[in-house]
Design a binder for this molecule. Structure first.
Ligand SMILES: NC(=O)c1ccc[n+]([C@@H]2O[C@H](COP(=O)([O-])OP(=O)(O)OC[C@H]3O[C@@H](n4cnc5c(N)ncnc54)[C@H](OP(=O)(O)O)[C@@H]3O)[C@@H](O)[C@H]2O)c1
Length: 371
């Protein structure tokens, strides 16, 4: 019997920066190389802002793998294209709200890079528009859809390790900020610059995976967050930020998170410590290639009696798994993903608002479109 044709999701891409390159390249990887046969991706158009159609053309020539892809000089034209089902947003954080609103008002499903918006109020507004118009919306939290993550969660939740107690997660990158122009997105407060909004989503995804989503937590939101920021004298955005997220209504657990744009990721990356063992996740924090599970001889002893390592490999950068999730959700008429739903993006944005409040990082007037 012939198998059903795969569902084709037709993408429009907003922006021509680093992440847009990775996303388009991964959309063009043959899905069969990762065992995906039910969905496939077609990149219909790429847009560059401000009338710069040439930048979009150059992007397509360099990264379009010889495919026929339309180039536009505005994001509005991409969103208006009737051959497109879903828009991928790869602009800087503070542009996401306007770009996503344009896409949703044009009737398009949306996959939006992290940090989803400048604040939680912007995200709530976008989600209300998406719901009103029956459109799918997802934060591009690619880590959630990788095979390693799915396997790790099975082991973490089958019971042998017991409840999580402490999670340590860091994601940092040496951006060499002294050499960057102050208008670079990592430094410019008008673009939501700083470590937190750029790097902070990754310690947070591990907090969500290991603590918030743990069955013993019963989806309880954290009871408190406490944070501290160190600012760069260059532009006043945060150069390093650390925070704890405490879950005390159901679990008795704590996530200790950090990020910095001054150094590479801390050698430990992500350590999840359970009553009966540890899961040590090898870096990089957003896209780990391996993890090790350690089992103790008795609860809380720290004496490791058994250790198992799992290694994961695939063709491409790992962003295609989130694209597959969007395609399946759109095919099935879902408005949000079961794996990375709206509640989790809101949890992240609410936490970032609170961290910025405690750290004294106020975005410049006019940056936040909804307050
Ligand atoms: N998921 C991941 O692994 C990952 C990794 C890196 C970054 N990101 C996220 O992706 C977003 C972009 O990061 P990136 O590293 O791709 O940045 P980037 O290389 O600086 O590219 C950003 C692009 O956004 C467009 N843009 C729109 N409005 C802009 C403005 N006002 N100023 C500057 N550029 C503007 C520009 O393209 P046009 O001029 O062509 O429109 C620019 O090339 C951020 O939100 C970041 O958090 C995600």
């Amino acid at each position: 019997m012939a198998s059903a044709e795969p569902f084709v999701l037709r993408w429009g891409v907003l922006s021509t920066g680093w992440i847009a390159i990775q996303f388009v390249k991964d959309c063009l990887v043959d899905p069969k190389t990762r065992g995906t046969t039910d969905v496939i991706h077609k990149v219909v158009a790429v847009g560059s802002r401000g009338g710069n159609v040439q930048k979009a053309q150059e992007f397509i020539a360099a990264h379009g793998d010889g495919q026929t892809i339309k180039a536009y000089g505005t994001y509005e034209e991409v969103c208006a294209d009737k051959e497109i089902d879903a828009i991928y947003i790869g602009s800087p954080h503070t542009q996401h709200y306007d770009n996503a609103l344009t896409a949703l008002l044009a009737g398009k499903h949306v996959l939006c890079e992290k940090a989803t918006t400048s604040n939680a109020a912007e995200l709530r507004h976008l989600l209300s528009i998406a719901k009103e118009r029956n459109l799918f919306f997802m934060e591009a939290m690619w880590t959630r859809f990788q095979p390693l993550t799915k396997e790790l969660k099975k082991i973490a939740e089958e019971g042998t390790l017991g409840d999580p107690v402490v999670l340590h997660a860091d994601f940092s990158h040496h951006f060499d900020v002294d050499k960057l122009p102050k208008t670079h997105r990592m430094l410019d407060p008008y673009l939501g610059g700083g470590a937190l909004l750029d790097l902070g989503p990754y310690p947070m995804i591990w907090t969500v995976l290991a603590l918030y989503e743990h069955p013993s937590n019963k989806k309880a939101l954290p009871t408190s967050v406490s944070a501290a920021m160190v600012k760069t004298p260059l532009t006043g955005v945060d150069s390093s930020t650390s925070w704890t997220v405490n879950f005390t209504s159901t679990l008795r657990a704590q996530a200790i998170c950090s990020c910095s744009m001054m150094l590479p990721t801390a050698p430990f990356g992500v350590n999840i410590r359970y009553r009966n063992g540890n899961i040590l996740v090898s870096g990089p924090t957003p896209v780990p290639s391996a993890f090790t599970v350690q089992y103790f001889d008795k609860p809380g002893s720290g004496v490791v009696v058994r250790e198992e390592k799992r290694v994961f490999e695939y063709v491409g950068g790992g962003w295609h798994y989130e694209a597959d999730e969007v395609a399946r959700c759109v095919r099935d008429g879902k408005l949000e993903s079961d794996l990375w739903g709206h509640d989790k993006s809101l949890f992240l944005m609410d936490t970032f608002d609170e961290i910025r409040r405690q750290g004294g990082y106020k975005l410049p007037d006019g940056v936040e479109k909804v307050l």
